[in-house]
Design a protein around this ligand. Structure first.
Ligand code: 4NP
Length: 162
């Protein structure tokens, strides 16, 4: 299984989502069996480390994302990844523009796909403060936890192989 987390800049939400997902996977029965990456629908921050506020937020939760580097989403990602997990509806629309017609459904809105109730989008904390980063982290980590549970259940039921 291969998962790609998407946001606009790939310096706030998606690197935090990638970090949360990596940490939740590492602590699960799926450790070492799921590939995770992140990308942005824009290439504005290509090659850059996550925003210092995102690095600090992840670190408060015991997750190190300082080594990640931003990259733009590419057409070929739709061939490589099973799911393109989008932070908000605009990201989903923008991602689908790049999708080959037969891979359109691989791009999903992450929170509802993971079964999170109450919120469908992870708000962009870029113009916000520490509390906004914490709110985004909480949603991303809830999605990461629910995703790991969903995949673990699917593997256990024999629907997908290891
Ligand atoms: P992200 O946040 O999509 O969560 O990485 C943003 C980062 C940068 C910008 C917008 C959103 N920007 O306008 O440069």
């Amino acid at each position: 299984m291969k998962l790609l987390v998407i946001c606009l800049g790939n310096i706030c939400r998606s690197p935090m989502g990638e970090g949360a997902l990596r940490a939740r996977l590492a602590a699960s029965s799926l450790a070492g069996r799921v590939e995770v990456d992140s990308a942005g629908t824009s290439g504005w921050h290509r090659g850059q480390a996550p925003d210092p506020r995102a690095i600090a937020c992840a670190a408060r939760h015991g997750v190190d994302i300082a080594g990640l580097r931003a990259r733009p989403l590419q057409h070929k990602d739709f061939r490589h990844f099973d799911y393109i997990l989008c932070a908000d509806a605009r990201n989903l629309d923008d991602a689908r523009v790049l999708a080959p017609p037969d891979a359109h459904d691989r791009a999903v809105l992450w929170l509802p796909w993971a079964g999170i109730a109450g919120a469908s989008e992870v708000p962009d904390p870029w113009y916000g403060d520490e509390a906004d980063f914490e709110h985004s982290w909480a949603l991303l980590d809830a999605a990461a936890q629910a995703t790991v549970q969903r995949l673990a259940d699917t593997v256990e039921s024999g629907i997908i192989g290891p």
